[in-house]
Design a protein around this ligand. Structure first.
Ligand code: 13P
Length: 340
């Protein structure tokens, strides 16, 4: 267990957070469509090599979550992408779920799959260099009826089975139960559902003997849905999120690394900063962002090698802003001049 705890602490070391670069084939194809680029084995490798080889990210990024293809891939230089990360002291991680599938008898709801053969896959990923993993459950909020208790409990059970298998194989589990921002629900509903989901998740982690000191939580923030007419200010989102976490998350947990979930880059940074500007908390609060770290860099890159330096500058800037946010030292004035 000591090795797990050491890795978990390394991932939430002061001023550092995680880059989520584990988009599935379908998701990366969607992202590349926004820059009119075909997703191929080669284009995915060049894009990710561009991100990982950015000079200086190791000052702000502790770990990178990879996709199955990426952990086996080489960049244009011929160097394995995992070795590129290791040479910078960045810990490689791996997405191990196989995606959210329709949950039987629960219309419009999903359960995340990937438990079959997971022990053996974790053993292989460990050999390939992974020291932490991710499993994402998705919870949809709609009308007054969703999510169902069945959806919440089934996903919590699967998250805990995954986490226990990871710890058995000396891999730190990132437990990600994401309450989606889609729809029109208000912040009250977001808070109520997130509370229910976190409580179910920690009950299952406890029942399945998962050691919290070797575990990271990757939650959504408590926030109104994208189409809700009442949107709250930064301070309110931060204080509602912290209150919910204080209520639900046991103190021994190693750390909390948020997903960005569709927030803009600057909103995701400002919310994290506000949470780290208040009272002392039992756990480190950091980031494990996908879109909120990559969006502007991807647009600036546009699939062309001539834009590499500019894209890397923008990516490094985003990493630095979020690093400052983990210390409560981010200011919006620092954003000027680094947009795509
Ligand atoms: P976003 O920050 O884009 O939500 O992605 C984080 C992630 O890893 C989702 O599983």
């Amino acid at each position: 267990m000591q090795a797990l705890q050491t890795t978990a602490q390394q991932l939430v070391a002061e001023g550092k957070g995680i880059l989520a670069a584990d988009e599935s084939f379908a998701t990366i194809a969607k992202r590349f469509k926004s820059i009119a680029l075909d997703a191929t084995e080669k284009s995915r490798a060049s894009y990710r090599e561009m991100l990982f080889s950015t000079a200086g990210i190791e000052d702000y990024v502790s770990g990178v979550i990879l996709f199955d293809e990426t952990i086996r891939q080489k960049g244009a230089s011929g160097k394995k992408l995992v070795d590129l990360l290791l040479s910078k002291g960045i810990v490689p991680g791996i997405k191990v779920d196989t995606g959210a599938k329709p949950l039987a008898l629960c219309p419009k709801e999903k359960v995340t799959e990937g438990l079959d053969g997971l022990r053996e896959r974790l053993q292989e990923y460990y050999q390939l260099g992974a020291r932490f993993a991710k499993w994402r459950a998705v919870i949809t909020v709609a009308d007054s009826t969703l999510p169902s208790a069945t959806c919440i409990n089934t996903n919590a059970h699967a998250l805990a089975r995954y986490a226990a298998l990871c710890q058995e194989q000396n891999i730190v589990p990132i437990v990600e139960p994401e309450v989606l921002m889609d729809g029109e629900h208000d912040i009250e509903r977001g808070a109520a559902v997130t509370t229910q989901v976190l409580q179910a998740t920690f009950t299952q982690l406890h029942q399945q003997r998962v050691v919290l000191a070797g575990t990271l939580l990757k939650p959504n923030m408590v926030i109104a849905a994208k189409d809700c007419p009442q949107q709250q200010d930064t301070t309110t989102v931060a204080s509602r999120t912290v209150a919910c976490l204080r209520h639900c998350v046991p103190a021994p947990l190693s750390g909390i690394v948020f997903l960005s979930g569709g927030q803009s880059e600057q909103a995701a940074t400002a919310h994290l900063n506000a949470m780290n500007s208040g009272e002392a908390l039992p756990w480190r609060l950091s980031f494990s962002y996908g879109r909120a770290l990559q969006h502007s860099a991807l647009q600036a890159w546009g699939g062309k090698s001539k834009n590499k330096a500019k894209a890397q500058r923008i990516f490094l800037h985003r990493c630095r802003m979020n690093s400052l946010a983990t210390r409560g030292e981010y200011r919006t004035e620092l954003e000027s001049g680094e947009k795509a």
